[in-house]
Design a protein around this ligand. Structure first.
Ligand SMILES: *[C@@H]1O[C@H](CO)[C@@H](O)[C@H](O)[C@H]1NC(C)=O
Ligand SMILES: *[C@@H]1O[C@H](CO)[C@@H](O)[C@H](O)[C@H]1NC(C)=O
Ligand SMILES: *[C@@H]1O[C@H](CO)[C@@H](O)[C@H](O)[C@H]1NC(C)=O
Ligand SMILES: *[C@@H]1O[C@H](CO)[C@@H](O)[C@H](O)[C@H]1NC(C)=O
Ligand SMILES: *[C@@H]1O[C@H](CO)[C@@H](O)[C@H](O)[C@H]1NC(C)=O
Length: 444
């Protein structure tokens, strides 16, 4: 009898363990501490007191593209369904020019009345693209109506929506107008996601749907593991407001893994960097500000490593509306002591932070060796008060992140903003995490 009970108990433990492991796999991000960051709460914006040297050598400055290994598509069986999806999966990349080649071949089922001239250069709008019944859109939305999180949240969400568009054979579009149109800062790179609102409206006139999955309200990441998205959401235009990482669910889906594009098959960091760089390129004004900063510090001819830290404090005098304190300012000496050996060796320290106090204190410690953007600190999602120029402030945050992606030594913060910077930097060497008064190695 007791043996029997024991057996039942052991079986239960086994099942519980399996369920637990599955849950962990579903929700964990690495490092798990960073996964615990409140999704909607990632932010920033600062500005740079940049020199006004004219940008030189822009070419050499172009952000390094992540190496896109081409994993074997071993699992891909020649199942009918797979073939079906493969035909469609280029839709998200419609207008894409990879290696200068048009991918805008009409797909089966699409009305061939589609004007061939509708092929777009990445910069042009898709205004005159065809609206045929067979073109379905998946639209990442972040407008003034509701919160969609800070910059890191948005990056995570929109690359996920792009991937979802890819595997569901939908055309990807993006509407991000909060706090000002993102097109001022990032422009389409390989994917023309700047589909005009009126085109989307016309396409969705008879059939559209809005999903709000911010902080996983719709649990889409989990549902995607078993869901046929187009069967559940057959609407021509589906708008999604989200900050979730759909890659996790899509990768776990039997339906979608066979059609997962090569760029999404690697690690999370690799997938994100590849998706992001397919989608976006810095706008001329953002690129110019980056170039000015890099010129100012003579980046191309540096003889010492550029050392960088992101310190996300959360609630502070300038972000009173934030409730969480992510970094206790009393722990800052730990970070400074960690950075000191590099400074002693002659390195400069670039600091990105959401706190004037952190900036002042760090400047006090390192003097002119500390670099920053020097301007107003703004919250991308509208949580800062009395902001001079919110669009410029938005761009300053994005500039901070771009700079972080160039650092030889990078200390990240309790923030998706610097986690994504680390992903875009693309290497684990000299990568650290500053959390709860401790510095640890961070591997991506
Ligand atoms: C596209 O290019 C034109 C000039 O050809 C420019 O005026 C416009 O600002 C660009 N648009 C974007 C979104 O970069
Ligand atoms: C969605 O469809 C309805 C009709 O069902 C239409 O009135 C509305 O304008 C559409 N909205 C968008 C954003 O396309
Ligand atoms: C920060 O740490 C100090 C010293 O450990 C402590 O007294 C203070 O309450 C902490 N502040 C916050 C906001 O947690
Ligand atoms: C500083 O320079 C010394 C001597 O070259 C070297 O041994 C040390 O590793 C350097 N420290 C850092 C943090 O780079
Ligand atoms: C930071 O320093 C500036 C200039 O010294 C000063 O005006 C400002 O009040 C300081 N802010 C904080 C939060 O310490």
């Amino acid at each position: 009898m007791t043996r029997r009970l024991l057996k039942v108990f052991l079986a239960f433990c086994g099942v519980a363990t399996v369920v637990y492991v599955m849950l962990v796999m579903l929700t964990a991000s690495y490092p798990s501490r960073i996964a615990l960051i409140n999704n909607s709460d990632d932010i920033h914006v600062y500005r740079l007191s940049v020199g006004d040297t004219v940008a030189k050598n822009r070419k050499s400055r172009q952000a390094k593209k992540p190496e896109l290994k081409t994993p074997r598509r071993g699992k891909e069986k020649s199942v009918q369904r797979v073939a079906e999806f493969s035909r469609h999966s280029a839709a998200a990349d419609n207008f894409v020019k990879d290696d200068g080649t048009e991918l805008n071949t009409p797909k089966r089922g699409e009305k061939t009345s589609q004007p061939r001239g509708a092929a777009q250069t990445p910069n042009s709008s898709a205004a005159d693209s065809t609206i045929t019944n067979s073109v379905r859109y998946l639209v990442f939305v972040c407008d003034g109506r509701r919160s969609c999180g800070g910059w890191g949240d948005r990056q995570r969400g929109l690359v996920g929506v792009y991937l979802l568009a890819h595997v569901t054979g939908r055309r990807f579009a993006m509407v991000m107008t909060r706090p000002c149109d993102v097109i001022n800062h990032y422009v389409p790179h390989l994917v023309a996601w700047n589909v005009p609102v009126k085109v989307l409206q016309a396409a969705g006139l008879t059939s559209n749907l809005s999903l709000d999955d911010v902080d996983s309200r719709q649990r889409l990441t989990a549902r995607l593991r078993v869901m046929d998205f187009n069967a559940v959401y057959p609407q021509t235009v589906v708008y999604i407001r989200t900050n979730a990482e759909y890659w996790l669910g899509i990768r776990a889906s039997k339906l979608y893994t066979p059609v997962l594009p090569d760029w999404a098959r690697g690690s999370r960091a690799r997938y994100f960097a590849a998706g992001w760089t397919r989608l976006t390129a810095p706008s001329p004004s953002l690129q110019a500000r980056l170039d000015r900063f890099l010129d100012r510090i003579d980046f191309d001819r540096r003889t010492r490593p550029l050392v960088c830290a992101h310190v996300r404090v959360g609630h502070s005098a300038n972000f009173k509306r934030e409730t969480a304190v992510r970094c206790n300012i009393t722990t800052l000496p730990v970070l400074w002591d960690f950075l000191q050996p590099w400074v002693t060796n002659g390195s400069d320290v670039f600091l990105a932070t959401d706190s004037y106090e952190v900036r002042n204190l760090t400047r006090h410690r390192f003097g002119a060796r500390m670099l920053d953007t020097g301007e107003e600190i703004v919250h991308v999602d509208g949580r800062s008060t009395a902001v001079q120029d919110v669009c410029h402030g938005f761009q300053s945050a994005l500039l901070d992140q771009l700079i972080l992606t160039r650092c030889d030594v990078l200390v990240t913060s309790h923030s998706i903003f610097s986690q994504r910077a680390a992903y875009l930097r693309g290497r684990s060497d000299n990568l650290y995490s500053f959390l709860k008064g401790k510095i640890t190695r961070y591997f991506i």
